[in-house]
Design a protein around this ligand. Structure first.
Ligand code: BGC
Length: 822
């Protein structure tokens, strides 16, 4: 199988949901699942088309309470198409497969070209054998257009072919079984209109957000067909009749144009969509321009390893990331939904996952990264309001964010195992604000964009820092600050078993990252030109006392310890150890121990069991040097052994209930040469493609883990960090990879080409780069001029080098025996 093609042979209804998600096509403006065009939402198939940032809120009654949920809206299916020979039955892959009349079936996703092709051969009940080739695209060239070409070849018949292309506004969000008790009808239909002979346009409006959405569909055939069009107010159908001759192909081209009332440079969305559908070129022209546009995208994604299967999945991960956010997202004021535009899980909400996504974009598509940060900046007023409501200064970002940046986290969630609706305290994950701040800073490091920092970035950093400095309460007796009542990244622990109110005290990840963010906020202020600094301080009414408090809190926040390791939170040591073997023996997959224990009338809060990396996130986000600096500032030593012991302690107690955790595990093991490093990385790579989270991929891809896996290759294997004006390199290739090469953008330098082998490292600055670049490698700093390169032998780690020696032992000792329920 090629490194650019994802293919499926045969038809398997049970795997259809996963294929649909993985064969989704999108362009950053909208995306359409790879569902069979003749299908409807019937439990096997789930057609879905989602437009970036198009949310709607509905109120539902759950467990006697009114709850509101904002969803990314499923819009009318532009792909719908079926056909029959003479008066036979309508083609459906399921009917053909059930009757044993599906002769062959293959799907190919060509990631390089962004084209999905379906090859079908079947026989109908009357013995007509037909070959169908269906190609589709969602244009990367013209973000409002999509198209599908269906070529039908009558293999052994000559008869009349009847083709139906419905367009239906009676669509709802029904893609996630556990949300089915919730209201899902987000669209009201304004009407269906005809535009000439071959175009139908459906105008809908979301019920609460009142976004107008127009879906125009043009159908043309070759040879030309007789046609009849039926329309009702909320749905319509174009029917075509073609007299087919055995062996002679006929072609049906469906072209769709999608517009919303939020688009720029339009008069009205129905008018716009109908015009665009009319003007669109034929399928082959659309393909040509679309492929060219993808070509340009791929040129900025150069990242290659000489392990074929890994490379193919890395390509798939980049493909889905860039279909979710692209240059077409830049003007849309949108965040990045955790599950892509590929399904309805998590309702299209934006979590902290951009933490895992931005590093890849920073070094390749900084304009997209900047746009995602702007989504946060525009929601600063809402975050300030949230902070004020909670009695704090500054800005408090929501754990789950949607249209306007208010807290979208559900207050009740369903445990499908017990059938109980339970209180959901995950909104107490205040650390999401720290992730936003971290992203601002890393963006600045990678791009050096001082204008962004001065206009937007520093404001976010300072307002977030302000909120956390305010959350920190001073304990005079201990001369320490404490942050109480929060939830860390590990969502399993949302409170103490013996305390009524939710939340934990002094989550180490939150506290250490708070100290780090406070320092970066001060750094950002210091970096600004004098006039901009004064202006910002005045605008934010930031006083000298407040700045002193930032400094004080960043030195005195409490970091709990027990057994010579960093404690996940105060009192962690009092929790019980879980009998992992017993649970694994009984349940097999124990990644959702929270649900298992709750169904047993127990609670995961009683145990030393983490859903996901929590303390371990510190080793993922901060380099050992940064961690040492911040812990030293907080009055602790961060020697090699502490990292070693802490990794060894938590890895086995983490059950990777989140795909992000599996990624962090892979990262940590890779960086410390852990025994299971490569296998763990491969597990992460196969997360979605193998649907290893048991059915969750069908509801949407895990975008953080996908993007993070590519970033792992770039920042972890190639060892790239951006600090000051210097690009630091510390490659560490796994034994399975003999060569890794990357093209990067760094601080306006486009591009830097890097080739790492086990024994050599080569860095080249392409000709035409505006200025030289500085590279640091093992304590040496070299300057590379445009058009020249630098090459060095890679020596074994020098004795005493802090990173490699620090944790190598830990990784071996910390074999993920109990928890890693892969
Ligand atoms: C994880 C979160 C993550 C969210 C969305 C949850 O399962 O616990 O950390 O942000 O999924 O991906």
């Amino acid at each position: 199988m090629s490194r650019w093609v994802l293919s499926y042979d045969g038809y398997d209804p049970a795997a259809e949901g996963v294929r649909e998600a993985l064969c989704t096509l999108g362009n950053g403006y909208f995306a359409t699942r790879g569902s069979a065009p003749e299908s409807s939402a019937d439990g096997v198939h789930y057609p879905g088309t989602y437009i970036t940032g198009c949310y709607d809120r509905l109120v539902s009654e759950v467990a006697g309470r009114a709850v509101d949920n904002e969803d990314l809206v499923n819009t009318p299916d532009w792909t719908a198409l079926t056909f029959r020979v003479a008066e036979g039955s309508w083609f459906s892959v399921d009917a053909a497969a059930e009757a044993g009349r599906l002769l062959s079936y293959r799907q190919e996703l060509d990631m390089k070209r962004g084209v999905l092709t379906r090859f079908v051969r079947f026989r109908d009940e009357a013995g007509h054998r037909t070959r169908v080739t269906q190609r589709r695209l969602v244009s990367m060239d013209e973000p409002h257009l999509a198209a599908m070409e269906t070529i039908i070849v009558p293999e052994n018949w000559s008869a009349r072919l009847h083709v139906r292309c419905p367009l239906d506004g009676r669509v709802a969000n029904r893609g996630v079984t556990r949300y089915r008790d919730l209201e899902g009808r987000h669209l009201t239909v304004d009407g269906l209109t005809r535009h000439g002979d071959d175009i139908l346009c459906l105008r809908t409006t979301t019920r609460t957000s009142r976004i107008g959405i127009a879906t125009a569909v043009r159908v043309r055939t070759s040879p030309e067909a007789g046609r009849v069009t039926h329309t009702e107010n909320d749905h319509g159908v174009q029917e075509m009749f073609l007299d087919c001759v055995q062996g002679v192909p006929v072609t049906v081209e469906k072209t769709a144009a999608i517009a919303t009332s939020r688009d720029h440079a339009i008069e009205e969305c129905r008018i716009a969509a109908a015009r665009w559908a009319r003007r669109a070129g034929p399928f082959d022209d659309l393909v040509e321009r679309h492929v060219l546009a993808w070509d340009q995208v791929w040129r900025r994604c150069q990242i290659s390893v000489d392990v074929e299967d890994a490379q193919r999945i890395l390509n798939l991960h980049m493909f889905h990331l860039l279909q979710t956010v692209s240059e077409h997202t830049v003007d849309l004021d949108a965040g990045v939904p955790a599950r892509g535009l590929h399904g309805e899980a998590y309702r299209g909400h934006v979590f902290w996952d951009e933490l895992f996504i931005l590093p890849f974009l920073n070094m390749r598509f900084p304009e997209i990264a900047r746009a995602l940060l702007m989504y946060r900046w525009r929601r600063l007023p809402e975050a300030r309001w949230a902070a004020r409501q909670a009695g704090h200064r500054g800005a408090m970002y929501p754990w789950q964010s949607g249209s306007d940046g208010r807290e979208e986290t559900q207050r009740l969630h369903l445990n499908p195992r017990s059938g109980r609706w339970l209180p959901d305290h995950s909104h107490l994950q205040r650390h999401v604000g720290l992730a936003v701040a971290h992203n601002v800073w890393r963006f600045h490091e990678a791009t050096g964009d001082i204008e962004f920092l001065a206009e937007y970035g520093a404001e976010m950093l300072l307002e977030i820092a302000r909120c956390f400095a305010d959350l920190a309460a001073y304990d005079r007796a201990a001369d320490r600050y404490e942050i109480r009542g929060v939830v860390g990244p590990d969502e399993y622990h949302d409170g103490y078993p013996d305390r009524a109110e939710p939340g934990l005290d002094n989550n180490a990840y939150t506290n250490v990252m708070t100290a780090w963010v406070l320092c970066r906020a001060l750094d950002a202020l210091a970096l600004l030109p004098e006039d901009r600094r004064t202006e910002l301080r005045e605008r934010l009414a930031l006083t000298r006392e407040e700045i002193e408090r930032f400094d004080d809190v960043s030195r005195k926040l409490k970091v709990p310890f027990h057994d010579d390791v960093i404690s996940q939170f105060d009192g962690y040591e009092r929790l019980a150890e879980l009998d992992w073997d017993r649970y694994r023996a009984v349940y097999g997959d124990i990644r959702r121990l929270d649900r298992i224990l709750e169904a047993e009338n127990d609670t995961v809060n009683r145990y030393k069991v983490s859903k996901q990396a929590d303390v371990l996130m510190l080793f993922y986000l901060l380099s050992p040097e940064e961690l040492d600096t911040i812990l030293t500032r907080l009055g602790h030593r961060c020697d090699a052994d502490l990292i070693d012991r802490t990794i060894g302690y938590y890895l086995p107690r983490t059950c990777d209930g989140s795909s992000l955790s599996a990624l962090v595990r892979a990262w940590i093991l890779a960086r410390v040469d852990g025994e299971d490093a490569w296998r763990t990385f491969l597990d992460t790579l196969h997360g979605d493609i193998a649907d290893s989270r048991r059915g969750t991929t069908a509801e949407g891809i895990h975008l953080g883990a996908m993007a993070g896996s590519v970033d792992l290759v770039q920042r972890c294997y190639a060892g790239i960090t951006t600090r000051g004006d210097v690009l630091h390199l510390d490659p560490r290739l796994p034994p399975a990879v003999t060569s890794l090469s990357l093209g990067l953008r760094y601080r306006g330098h486009w591009g830097i080409d890097l080739t790492c082998r086990h024994d050599r490292l080569r860095v080249q600055l392409r000709p035409g780069a505006a200025s030289p670049v500085q590279i640091a490698y093992r304590g040496r700093v070299v300057t590379i001029e445009p058009g020249s390169f630098w090459e060095t032998e890679v020596r074994a780690d020098p004795a005493g080098s802090p990173r490699p020696d620090s944790a190598r032992g830990a990784a071996s000792r910390g074999r993920p025996t109990p928890g890693a329920g892969r």
